[in-house]
Design a protein around this ligand. Structure first.
Ligand SMILES: N[C@@H](CCC(=O)N[C@@H](CS)C(=O)NCC(=O)O)C(=O)O
Ligand SMILES: N[C@@H](CCC(=O)N[C@@H](CS)C(=O)NCC(=O)O)C(=O)O
Ligand code: FES
Lengths: 104, 104
């Protein structure tokens, strides 16, 4: 419950959050897409958290139904993984979401 | 040296070999590209080999200079990873390589 609360707090307080694994190419693709668009998401590398990594992955699964990485949130809303984020971008919907989430 | 010999034997005796990890999307992409082209590569899942997995990954790095997965061989020749294999396909060079490697 404490970890779940902290995830909910993290995704609501940061415009863009990516739960990632450092050596995963799909996670790298999402992170570099955000950077190319000029946004610096909060990146949490699950493989750098020791035993908390797998625990956090299970909490993300409970909250979002998605166990896999990358796990992307924008403006507190769960977006999905790499393919979901890239699809949104191809439809021209990613940048508007990011600019809405980051504007004061 | 024994493991190195066994890798060299495996890649020379099978027309197409993919060293993979079961949960890696780049590995999945390469495996499904082969399947779509009608080829069944020999797939070795490094994460299902216990302690031999990381050892095999180091041997592959020594032989090919590539530590990452997927690690693809066709007709005994080292092709590279997912992006290399997909690029070859886009240039129309993958299918000829596979058909040459599989023809008697
Ligand atoms: N279609 C999903 C695929 C996500 C996926 O399968 N991710 C893999 C790594 S590439 C994963 O999380 N596997 C389980 C794990 O690593 O714990 C996406 O685009 O994000
Ligand atoms: N461009 C390479 C990228 C390969 C890559 O970075 N693979 C990752 C997994 S997606 C990897 O092997 N990371 C280290 C590891 O998992 O041991 C390719 O297309 O295959
Ligand atoms: S671990 Fe290979 S693409 Fe994610």
């Amino acid at each position: 419950a404490r970890m779940e609360e902290s995830v909910r707090k993290t995704v609501s307080e940061n415009p863009a959050v990516v739960y990632s694994k450092t050596w995963c190419s799909y996670s790298m693709e999402v992170k570099s897409l955000f950077n190319r668009l000029g946004y610096q998401p909060l990146v949490i590398e699950l493989d750098e958290l020791g035993p908390q990594g797998p625990q956090l992955q299970k909490v993300l699964e409970r909250i979002t139904g998605q166990f896999t990485v990358p796990n992307v949130f924008i403006g507190g809303i769960h977006i999905g993984g790499c393919t979901d984020t890239v699809k949104l971008h191809h439809k021209g919907e990613l940048t508007p979401l990011l600019s809405k989430a980051t504007s004061p």
